[in-house]
Design a protein. Sequence first.
Length: 389
Amino acid sequence: MAKITSLSAKEILDSRGNPTIEVAVTTTGGTGTAAVPSGASVGVHEAKVVAPAIAVPQLNGEVAAALVGKEFDQASLDAFLIQLDGTSDKSRLGGNATLGVSVAFARAAAAEQKLELYQYLGNLAGITKLAIPQPMFNILNGGKHAHNGLDIQECMVVPVGFTSMQEKVDAAAACVASLKKILDEKSLGTSVGDEGGFAPTVGGNDEALELLAASIAQAGFSNEQIKISLDVAASSIEHLDKEAMFDWYLAIAQKYPLLSIEDPFAEDDFDNFANLYASIGEQVRIVGDDLTVTNVERIALAARKSAINAVIIKPNQVGTLTETVAAVAATHTNGWAAIASHRSGETMDTFIADVAVGLGCEFIKAGAPTRPERTAKYTRLIEIESMLA
Ligand code: PGA
Ligand code: ZN
């Protein structure tokens, strides 16, 4: 238990220049701050974001008054926040506000116990053997993160054939360098999207995959060393031809070293997810993000439908760390993989790296190995790796 002695919030800008919130919590024996990221391709079932102009005064007023002077552990704090909000989608205080308090408190409580955040989270989740997750690097951006005519939101390289985090980061950076060279040669443009990956003007999905595969080959890597993952973010595609996409997924699963496809269909289309999973799920991971929104009930629904075998874990989709722990546990109960994820609008806060390690996530997505708000997460993982050694 830790007694909260002060709580304050302020507005900061995220990597897109949009306002977001930073929360500071002091307990008798520690302090913690947390900055909250935000999405662009936001699922309709996610916890609601309350604009900082409203959330900050609520945090500094009502929430501080309700929490200061009281003693909590993580579970009782998060339960208190859920009750104080009083809605099913955190639309009154905001999932962004509750998450800011939840993470800032976790940092303060960890400091009080002389623990790193990942160790504190490991204790919460009951994970005894901590490991570094496999990173997935989004080096080619489309969809709502780029507006470059490419439907697919994220084309990722996944360096599986390497041991250390540093080697994986270096391999991804080599792919970035070779992709830049290819794009320059083809005059396709080397500006970047929201997650730091290139956002070239490409003719379509096939060309994007060809560019990605070429960047891997020209960097000198084999299909065993680097796999490919996609986030289609299908809910964000205006005119999704489901049948054509289904056939395309089957085709690319044959043609490329495909590790996973995230949100191949819209956020309530459990049936098409299930059809795809039945067709290629043995070979390619089918990942829920907008489908499951880090929510145990949505994960249970996906399990009943046999729709997926991996789940994106974004703490701000649900709004507290305790609910995030439960979502990862539900994922693992189904025998699926958990993929911790940043958001497209990020800050310099690296808590998602500690969440990935502490909750035992098998993978992490934190964007390209470029732009400081992305590399900060990979740097934190390298730091955690050295502490685990
Ligand atoms: P978002 O994108 O942060 O814009 O929602 C990330 C994702 O869809 O995985
Ligand atoms: Zn996604």
